[in-house]
Design a protein around this ligand. Structure first.
Ligand SMILES: Cc1ncc(COP(=O)(O)O)c(C=O)c1O
Length: 438
């Protein structure tokens, strides 16, 4: 452990919400992260949900090495061969009529670009997003995010409305319990229609509301949302930052749902850990946008090096059959979690798809009051015991662990993580009941 470096981090870094800097991390491989004391930590969050192939997968390392030799960055108007290759490969994956991509860096950016496109093509500016959404922290993306912190940053982009999220475990309109009848959508759209300034542009949605608590909308929800969008002359945008490229056992959530949006954004899971995102649409929409002078000219649009990493991700998902693996390992993890639920009243609901799971913690199963404290102390205890877990905690939407290990995780690793979680939960509950050593 290098004390100087720890001190340097404490003295010279801006804290962006991650809490106190207690230690540093030095390497990551597969599903394991190693800290500056040489301790190994099992990673149940795939980094920030980006290392779906596992950390430093050999295919990504190889792509980065060869990309660095060829060209790292070019003038934004020059299209590198690597970008053409990735666009072609991605085009083969996409549900029709989606076929064209623009490669940018982050999820926030891909959503900014999507909204610029929807606004330009429709001529409107009004956007509907879902309660509990997270689309990023840049201007427009932050305006359409309702799970992130909104206080203290000044006025948001005008024209964004929220519709209540279809969260039947804790229905935001107090209407359903366990089975959503989509009244939330009806109410939300009614409010939008009442308050609209007559310039509709887009509805944006995460197919699974991840940061909002791993909320899975009911069957038929997105088909209806698409119909409602087109009735209003709005484009439907799917933000597939977390759901694309295998995480949920599908190429895209859109493929599984059988609903193709007008614009799709992908990010986190595309770059194998490198910043790479894309704004994707059909020939028809792209043609209209281009004809109207659409531009999104940034320093790193179409950079060659991350494009090669993206290509390696798609090829590896195919070669290692990771869509199937996500389903298989997801089912295995689910069985483990179900057995924990049988032991602990505090596990109110487990939901998810593939290797994207949510555990909703409650004080008791009848009231479903969120157990925020239990979430906090257990997450901390897991980390001390060598398991990295991500808790999403909002009083209105509960304390929900989002579990998303790499798709390459082994059964042994899933068992080990479950054992740590089991022990951490038991000890935390004891501590809260005043029985434990704490
Ligand atoms: C669904 C979704 N969209 C967009 C973003 C923003 O992506 P980024 O942090 O890469 O800007 C996130 C980040 O968590 C996300 O979960």
């Amino acid at each position: 452990m290098n004390k100087d470096l720890r001190e340097a981090a404490r003295d010279h870094l801006v804290r962006y919400g991650q809490g106190d800097i207690e230690k540093l991390y030095v390497s990551a491989k597969g599903a394991t992260v190693t800290d500056d004391e040489g301790r190994e930590i099992l990673d149940f969050t795939s980094g920030q949900m980006c290392a779906t192939l596992g950390h430093s997968h050999p295919a990504i390392v190889k792509a980065i090495k060869s990309g660095a030799e060829d060209s790292i960055h070019l003038f934004s108007g020059m299209i590198p061969e690597a970008v053409a290759k990735l666009a072609k490969k991605l085009g083969q994956w996409l549900p029709k009529p989606l076929s064209r991509s623009m490669f940018v860096n982050t999820g926030s950016e891909s959503n900014e670009a999507a909204l610029r496109m929807a606004k330009m093509v429709t001529g409107g500016y009004e956007v509907i997003a879902m309660g509990g959404s997270w689309h990023g922290v840049t201007g427009q993306a932050a305006a359409m995010s309702f799970a992130s912190e909104r206080h203290g940053y000044g006025p948001k982009v005008h024209g964004v409305s929220a519709i209540p999220e279809p969260y039947s475990y804790r229905c935001p309109i107090g209407h359903c319990r366990d089975k959503c009848d989509m009244s939330c959508m009806k109410v939300g759209l009614k409010m939008f229609d009442m308050t609209s300034e007559g310039a509709p542009a887009a509805i944006i949605a995460e197919p699974i509301l991840s940061a909002g608590g791993v909320i899975i909308p009911p069957d038929g929800y997105f088909k209806k949302l698409k119909d409602e969008a087109s009735r209003r002359g709005m484009m439907l945008i799917f933000d597939e930052a977390q759901t694309a490229f295998g995480r949920i056992g599908e190429k895209f959530a859109a493929t599984g749902l059988g609903v193709t949006p007008d614009i799709m954004t992908v990010s986190k899971t595309l770059g194998g850990g490198l910043p790479l995102a894309a704004t994707i649409t059909s020939d028809e929409v792209e043609e209209k946008a281009h004809a109207k002078g659409y531009s999104y000219y940034t320093s790193h649009v179409s950079d060659p090096l991350p494009a090669l990493a993206g290509l390696a991700v798609l090829e590896t998902v195919e070669k290692e059959n990771l869509l199937e693996r996500a389903k298989e390992m997801g089912a295995y993890l689910r069985k483990n979690l179900d057995s924990l639920q049988q032991k602990y009243e505090a596990i109110g609901e487990i939901r998810g798809q593939g290797l994207l799971m949510g555990i909703d913690l409650v004080k008791d199963r009848e009231s479903r009051e969120p157990h925020l404290e239990l979430g906090d102390i257990t997450t901390k205890r897991c980390m001390e015991m060598g398991l990295s877990m991500n808790i999403k905690r909002r009083p209105e939407r509960g304390a929900v662990w989002r579990i998303a290990p790499p798709l390459t995780v082994s059964k042994d690793e899933l068992d080990k993580g479950t054992e740590i979680l089991d022990q951490a939960l038991r000890e935390s509950l004891d501590e809260l009941a005043g029985n434990g050593a704490g």
